[in-house]
Every structure is written in C-alpha cells, then in structure tokens.
Design a protein around this ligand. Structure first.
Ligand code: ADP
Length: 485
C-alpha cells in the first residue's frame, strides 16, 4: 500500500493553473530506489503538452510582470511558511522518490524553503539608477525588467531545492516559467506547484511538465522563440547540448553543471576538522551532489592517519532504506547510477589503488552501495577525471602547495574546492589560486541560499542564490533623457 503522501500528491501536468493528463494519455512510473518498486504513475508529457505549457507562460507574462513586487514577495513568503509547516510530509515524499535518508530530506526541505524566504526579500529590492552622462547632455535612466518566460530544468538529486532555487528568483523578478523536473523525481516538484497555488501564485505563472522524453519536449521549446531564458541544472554533457539549442534564438542561459571538487588537506590542518569536513563534502546525499568531494589530496605526512580515520568514520555509517530510523546512507538513484560508481572503483583498483573499505556490490533489492575509501589514486584513472556521484572517497597524496594547486586545477570543471589549513595566509592564497566558483575553507558545506552558487570553466554559467541569483532573471533597460543643456 502506498503511503498517504504518495496518494495525496498531484500526478498530472500543471498547465495554465489546471491539473491535466498528457494529451496522449501516457504516464511514466516513479520508482522507489530503495526497493525498486513502483510508487505511482505520473502524466508523461509529449512535445504538444510542452508547447501548451510555453503558451500558458507566455500568456501570463505581461500581467505577472505588472504585479506589484510586494504581492510577488508575499506569495513566496507564504509558500515558505507552508513548506516549513509540511516538512515531514515533503521529506517523506522526497525520501520515497529519491532515496536520501529522512534526516537529510528534512534538511533539504529547510534549505529549499530558505530560497523562497530569501527571494521574497529580494523581490522588493530590485533597483535601477539615474545618472547624468559625462558630457551633461543626457540623463541616463536604468531599469531592471523581467527577462520573460523561462524554462527551468532540474535534476533528481535535490528534487525540492533545485526547484525553489530557480522558481524563487523567477517569481521575485516577475518572470513566468515552465519547469521540467527529472523524470525519476517529479513528485516533490508537483507538491511544490500545489503549494505555490495555495500561496496565491496566479494561473500560468508556473507550469510543470514531467516527461520521459526530455530531448523531444525541450528542444522545440528552446527553438520556438518564445522562451527568453533557460536555467538548467544537470550534467555538463546535456548542458552543452542545450547551450547549442539556445544559440538558435539567443536564449539567455544559466547553467549549473558537473563538478570534480578537490579537497586539499595541508600538513597544518586540524585533522578533526578535516575528517569532519571531508565526511560532509563526500557523504551528503550519498555523494550524489555536484559539490561532492571528488579528488581528495592529503599531504603525505598525514596520509596514513587521515585514511585510517576516514575509513573508521565510513565504516560506522549505517546503510539502508532512507525512511527507516538511524540510516546515514540511502540507495543511489538507480542501477545505472550505481553501475557507474562501481565501474569507477574497479577501474581505480586496476590502476593500482588500494581499497581500504567498501567496494563490494551488495545483494538484494535497492540500489545500495557501501561507503568506500580508496587510497593511491593516480591522476590518470577514470575516478580522478569523472564525477563519482556515489559514496566513494578517492585519496591521493601531495608534497607541496604549488604541486597540489596545479593538480587541483588540472580539470575542465571548477565548481567548488575545499581547503583545510590553519595558516591564514595559505588559506587565502590557495583560495584565490583555485579555479572554482566556490571554496569551502575548513568546511565541507558551502551551499547557502544567501550565497552566489555556481562554477567556472565547464561547471557552468551564472550564479544561483544570493543577490546575484536575481541577475539571470532581469534585463537592464537604459532610457536616454536629454537634459536640455
Ligand atoms: P543526470 O545524469 O544527473 O540525470 P542529466 O543532465 O541527464 O543529469 O539530467 C538533468 C536534467 O536534464 C533532467 O531533468 C533531465 O530530464 C534533463 N535532460 C536530460 N537530457 C536532456 C536533453 N537532451 N534535453 C533537455 N533536457 C534533458
């Protein structure tokens, strides 16, 4: 019997304020990754449904842009309150469709809600300017206006927070939108759409299209000329395809793509802090995060002790079904995801890495993978060049600062880096030299709704969250007014 939260969540497409089946009548199955069992069926959109969703967003754009900022702000604030008051239901829903342990799901609900609170505050602080041209002949008036109807595409690893991080600024800026969640985890997004409606979001401002045919539904939206902005979170590979599609109609694009985060533990680090920080950076969300620690560089003088302590911590974690109490590590999202993680471990061992703990595929249902520690990783092995997306810590050693900074930067990605040291000069110097959009200094957690989240190099374009989070949803307009001088 499916739990009440599954029964209660809407299972249709949400277009122009109405819940509706796909035109084709097709559905897709949402499975529980902890058991492999089907949770429910959800309407599966075709390109025709996608077109209707875009038309609804376009139709609502001008009246939404004209809605007072305070009204937009208060919708977000009400939605924040509703989300917080339903933490338990939303957390359970998320654990069922995605697998993360309930405690982590509660953490994500709080984090997701904070984006609405933050952007409810930003909605009434969009500023412009008025200056006089240097030659005194013109007044230069600068406005910031909503960019227009947006397409938002989210991944499965943070099903609620990736939605609120995009919807929040779009609502605050006065943009309408079509949101396409990942087909593995559409239920959190559908619940969110119902909450926003309850909070007073007008029809057509947010439209949700779930589909098993992402490529077929999304491409015509981007090439159709009505969507003005794409905000995408997902793999670098898909991000590149979408950027090329955006080029056709010069659709503005912000991209939160993959990472290959280095963790650097210097010989002067506080080892307790470094172990704790590495555990957070590695194990949050079972390692299924673009911010996850991917390459862990430990100064050779600490290498043995650090590996032993990390392995102890990893072995103490309880792996199991996320809805049960006391679970630290839930299942990975699906068999494909788990298979990739296991292949990376096997390849690393083939390249000479030593398996300190974990590394064996368990029997039984569900996509579980044990917390794993590998030492002696070489720069050439696939695990050093690929986003692991699983509970596997890959350790290697280094000798000096220049060497480790060069090695950390020797990647096409640049989302986040983590640095552990007690030397202030070194901390700042290395943070400045690392090619990443974010640095965690003596911490394994950087995500914060008030901070500009995003990467450099092939990790993305633009920033989400913080004051900068509004930028991608606003256009400058400059009006020239002669002074008569
Ligand atoms: P992951 O490998 O983590 O699932 P993806 O980049 O494949 O990451 O998926 C992120 C989001 O992008 C999901 O919502 C997915 O459905 C969507 N997506 C995947 N392929 C395409 C595509 N060709 N066009 C548009 N969206 C896509």
């Amino acid at each position: 019997m499916s739990p009440t939260v599954i029964k209660d969540v809407p299972k249709q497409l949400f277009i122009a304020g109405a819940w509706q089946d796909a035109e084709s009548g097709r559905t897709l199955a949402v499975d529980d990754p902890a058991t492999g069992e089907e949770l429910c069926l959800v309407a599966d959109a075709s390109p025709a449904d996608g077109r209707r969703a875009v038309e609804a967003a376009v139709a609502a754009q001008s009246s939404w842009a004209a809605t007072p900022p305070r009204v937009r702000s208060e919708i977000l604030r009400r939605a924040y309150d509703i989300i917080v008051s339903r933490t338990e239901e939303l957390a359970l829903l998320m654990t069922l469709e995605m697998g993360k342990p309930l405690d982590q799901a509660r953490g994500e609900v709080a984090y997701a809600a904070e984006f609405f609170r933050w952007f409810s505050e930003e909605a009434v602080r969009v500023d412009g300017g008025m200056t006089t041209a240097p030659d005194g002949k013109n007044r230069l008036m600068v406005l910031r206006q909503p960019v227009g109807p947006c397409l938002l595409i989210t991944p499965w690893n943070f099903p609620l927070a990736m939605g609120t991080r995009k919807i929040g600024p779009a609502v605050a800026a006065g943009c309408t939108m079509v949101l396409k969640p990942a087909p593995q985890t559409p239920l959190s997004t559908l619940a969110l759409a119902a909450i926003l409606t309850e909070a007073g979001l007008p029809d057509g401002v947010l439209n949700v299209v779930v589909t098993s045919d992402a490529a077929g539904v999304v491409e015509p939206m981007l090439r159709g000329g009505q969507i003005r902005k794409l905000s995408f979170t997902g793999s670098t590979q898909v991000g590149k395809i979408l950027l090329a599609q955006c080029a056709d109609k010069v659709v503005r694009a912000s991209m939160e793509l993959g990472g290959n985060a280095p963790v650097i533990i210097f010989d002067d680090a506080d080892l307790d802090v470094a172990v704790e920080g590495t555990m957070h950076a590695k194990m949050r969300n079972m390692g299924e995060a673009c911010t996850a620690a991917n390459r862990i560089f430990v100064h050779s003088s600490l290498a043995e002790e650090f590996a032993a302590r990390l392995a102890d911590r990893m072995e103490a974690l309880t792996v199991g079904v996320g809805t049960e109490p006391g679970i630290d590590v839930g299942p990975l999202i699906d068999d494909t995801g788990r298979g990739k993680v296991h292949q990376l471990v096997l390849d690393a061992v083939r390249h000479g890495a030593k398996l300190v703990t974990g590394g064996e595929l368990p029997d039984g249902p569900g996509c579980f993978y044990p917390p794993t520690v590998l030492t002696g990783i070489t720069a050439e092995s696939a695990i050093a060049q690929t986003e692991i997306f699983g509970p596997v810590a890959a350790l290697r050693t280094f000798g000096d600062e220049d060497e480790v900074v060069a090695a950390a930067n020797a990647t096409d990605w640049g989302l986040v880096s983590y640095v552990f040291t007690r030397d202030l000069d070194r901390a700042l110097r290395v943070s400045e030299r690392l090619e990443s959009g974010m640095v965690g200094l003596n911490t394994g957690l950087v995500s914060n709704p008030a901070a500009p989240f995003g990467g450099v190099k092939q990790s993305g374009l633009g920033r989400e969250g913080g004051r900068a989070g509004m930028d991608g949803f606003l256009e400058y307009k400059y009006i020239a007014i002669p002074t008569g001088n």
